[in-house]
Design a protein around this ligand. Structure first.
Ligand SMILES: [Zn+2]
Length: 481
């Protein structure tokens, strides 16, 4: 599409709008291989910011990065029964290489539990070798029929954490620790509010005892599973023979966890904040937090305004702000504004001859509103504005989520809501997977989480919203990506 044509509005076709935002902001493009995605520099810069923040949090909590191979012997997958059942239909398998048939086919990793446990069996002997707190930043392949940029692609980038512990309690605490850490990242970096809680058995990771998840509500009122943290019990340890001598001299299998977030988060970021003018990027993840646009008519004006812009850029950069001076000649300021808006830059500073005389610069927010600020001390003002911008995005997203949540629903209210505007529906659940499946078949809505206490309704529901049997837990339903 041409770069000056308006985007399809969200209200008209959300899916078309989403793709256009990505293409226009040059975040990603379609690959010659169906279902794969090329992440362009603008998109990869966001991923790098995400990686940096998360990696710091993992290391602060004692985790180490490592690398395990892309190829996994096919027989490994079969060792954990639920795991193979969950992943086998999605695997890509290499059967020949170097011009010869392989003796054993190799699976391109869909996730790395199996190969990591095969190695832990070798490395862990005693309680002194525990805990093992590993993470890796890699690509994985899961064959997908219907793909969407960032949200669902055959190959994607992620981090996968894998930990092994001497006790059940430690492993459970680890799974919860990571859930909290992911939540902090999603709120404090992505400005994306999330619900946390446990998945039901039918939505659990293949091979896990319990799966915790973070769920966000997108602007089209569909839920996005933004991350998961699994308590694996001893399932993989038993399948791969990862046992250790306990401090008391006995023998036990390790207790483990795995957890991951992926480039899908970029899709979540887009669908949470962006608008009909294009991408809106939260400041802490933006490649450029600020763009300075010089305004001039003559060559003489140009040299003084650009020079002042260079000083301003330096001052902001020295304060740790990611800033770009757009001094491209032969392009009107309005065209630059438009371009940086579609690319999601949080703040724009407009600097013209009259501003120079007055000792001011005009600060414009991506989400609307602009005012002059004094040049002296501009870095502090910009810093404050970036923080304010983050808070504004988060509050707006939370208010939107709450406005699109229905609590205490009965069957009729649930159906009307889910077939109508959609959103999060809080209601009682009888605990039966048959009931859950029936709802899914009839409405396509699934239980996103059994929410953690702070997200539950003040008055717990007493009956299942579908079958009216006694409720065993409050659940949150939505149609999901
Ligand atoms: Zn029921």
């Amino acid at each position: 599409m041409s770069d000056d044509k308006a985007l399809t509005p969200r209200s008209e076709d959300f899916s078309a709008w989403y793709n256009e935002v990505i293409m226009r902001a040059r975040l990603a493009d379609y690959s010659p291989v169906r279902g794969c995605m090329v992440i362009r520099p603008e998109g990869y810069a966001i991923w790098e910011q995400m990686q940096q923040a998360l990696d710091g949090m993992f290391k602060d909590t004692g985790h180490e990065n490592a690398y395990f191979p892309l190829f996994i012997p096919q027989s490994f997958l079969a060792l954990e029964a639920d795991h193979v059942e969950g992943f086998a239909p999605q695997t890509a398998v290499v059967t020949s290489a170097g011009g010869k048939e392989l003796e054993e086919p190799l699976v391109v990793r869909p996730t790395s539990e199996t190969i990591i446990y095969a190695m832990l069996a070798k490395w862990v002997q005693s309680w002194r070798d525990l805990p093992v707190l590993l993470n890796q930043w890699v690509n994985v392949v899961r064959w997908e029929m219907r793909t969407r940029l960032f949200l669902r692609t055959t190959e994607f980038l992620w981090q996968e954490g894998h930990t092994a512990h001497a006790t059940q309690g430690e492993a459970e605490a680890e799974a919860r620790l990571i859930l909290g850490l992911y939540r902090r990242f999603m709120e404090e970096w992505m400005a994306m509010p999330v619900l946390t809680g446990a998945k039901t058995d039918s939505e659990r990771f293949a091979g896990a005892v319990r799966t915790y998840a973070l769920e966000a509500l997108m602007q089209d009122n569909r839920a996005l599973q933004a991350g998961t943290s699994h308590y694996l019990g001893q399932n993989f340890a038993k399948a791969f023979g990862v046992s250790f001598q306990t401090a008391e001299g006995g023998l036990d299998h390790v207790w483990s966890t795995s957890w991951g977030v992926s480039t899908r988060l970029i899709g979540g970021l887009i669908m949470t904040h962006s608008d009909d003018a294009g991408l809106v990027c939260p400041p802490r993840l933006a490649r450029y937090q600020v763009v300075i646009v010089p305004i001039y008519r003559s060559d003489e004006q140009r040299s003084s305004v650009v020079e002042a812009g260079q000083h301003l850029r330096q001052e902001l950069a020295d304060a740790g702000i990611r800033v770009h001076l757009d001094d491209r000649d032969g392009m009107k300021p309005g065209a630059k504004y438009y371009e940086w808006e579609t690319r999601g830059v949080p703040l724009r500073l407009e600097l013209g001859p009259r501003d120079l005389e007055a000792g001011t610069v005009v600060m414009a927010r991506r989400t609307g509103g602009k005012e002059p600020i004094p040049m002296a001390g501009a870095a502090a003002a910009v810093q404050a504005a970036l923080e304010g911008f983050h808070r504004q995005l988060f509050e707006a997203a939370r208010a939107r989520r709450e406005a699109n949540s229905l609590r205490g629903a009965d069957r009729a209210a649930f159906l009307e809501f889910i077939e109508g505007p959609g959103g999060f529906v809080y209601g009682g659940w009888c605990g039966s997977s048959a009931c859950e499946a029936e709802i899914k078949t009839e409405t396509k809505a699934t239980i996103r989480v059994l929410p953690d206490e702070e997200f539950r309704s003040p008055t717990p529901p007493t009956t299942c919203l579908w079958c009216a049997s006694p409720s065993v837990a409050e659940a949150v339903w939505a149609k999901a990506y």
